[in-house]
Design a binder for this molecule. Sequence first.
Ligand code: 2HG
Ligand code: ZN
Length: 469
Amino acid sequence: MNFQPLTPELVSAFEQIVGHQHVLTAHGVEAEIYADYGRDHTEDLHFAPDVVLRPANAEEISQIVRLCYEHHIPVTPRGAGTGLSGGALPIHNGVVISTERLNKIIEIDERNLQATVEPGVINQVFQEAVQAKGLFYPPDPASKGSCTLGGNLAHSSGGPKAVKYGTTRDYVLNLQVVLPTGDLIWTAANTLKNSTGYNLTQLMVGSEGTLGIITKVVFRLLPYPQQNILMLVPFRQIEQAAEAVSAVFRAGIIPSGMEFMEREAIAWSSDYLQIPLTLPEDIHAHLLIELDGQDLDELYKEAEQVYDVLGHYDVGEVLLADNATQKDELWRIRRNIGNSVRYNSVYKEEDTVVPRAELPILLKGVKEIGARYGFKSVCYGHAGDGNLHVNIIRGDLNDEQWNVGLRQPISEIFELCVKLGGTISGEHGIGLVQKGYIGIALPEVNLDLMRGIKRVFDPAGILNPGKIF
Ligand code: 2HG
Ligand code: ZN
């Protein structure tokens, strides 16, 4: 990649476009603020951009990208920097384009149950805005309070509700995108159905900021489910918690949340949040199960069926959260596991995913590989999707063990996923840190097709270079 250095003429051209106060360089703002634009939530990695630009709208982004295309300057698009595979890291320095100022909810169309939104809107802000109108936008990443919709689109982010409602890609009707040449396009129409040529919308969703910068999105919405039941189920044997997951679905229940947490995950998070939680010695894992809908009586009947299924396992006393405060507390504990692990240690996040009923074999395999190679892991995640987050804890591993020694065991974990019919990332994407493993999941012919698509969209190879492949 023959990138050119940034010149003072280009920096002043950027100032003409976004205004002086929205051009940040290492010398302009406090070092810590500037440094933040060079990291995301991936391990403790940092890459310094040459300049950070904070455009106000799609037209400004289009002008910036056109200049970078003409002058071979690498561009890294950025939402809130909560990504977990290094997607927002400017690994070739150059320009970081932050979408933080594209933070408007343009329209909530109650007639069509659609909304037009800018990418810099925080996920939870959008969820609450539509909920105020009785509408529902289900995708709810653990980081929903800080992550942006643009980043959710870049990875087709999931979250606990994905098990019943699907992920971000299932709600996208249309996208306005700045292509790596600077051209501005809409990918489709604002329709629930579309069979007009290749699906550029779905190609863009999950492309991790490598095929275009999303500047507007039209989402479809659902009516808000007014009722929900939440239960925390303790298991004496960790494998049985994983087995019970698919048993609930086989009983005909589709929960709106089916989260697995091994003992340390729930213990570290409740400590981190200072939320007291009694954990009997003999309890080694929990399932957090949510049922939602419009009719509470129906939900209690479903809960009875779940209890019947759980009766076949060695479970402790089930906690049925019977008020909003208790529900919020249990969800806060689940949503902060990642933060609590980050607080305790640098970690490598392996976002493994397999067919749901294979989870017990995956879990057992991960622990066996950990024992064989001498690393500790804290496992939790969206068990209903067969998606297990394996947090490998750095602890006292030295640089050699951390950066080289772990490659083999991580490869074995991914090989096990693929053998079970799964793959190497369910929601966090490939970005920078999983690049070296993508060949375990995809043959060269598939990767060549993807490289060809990248060349068509980004002939100069300037957009988020060095990611995925
Ligand atoms: C979750 O499900 C996130 O909690 C991972 O996908 C969170 O590692 C994290 O920060
Ligand atoms: Zn997750």
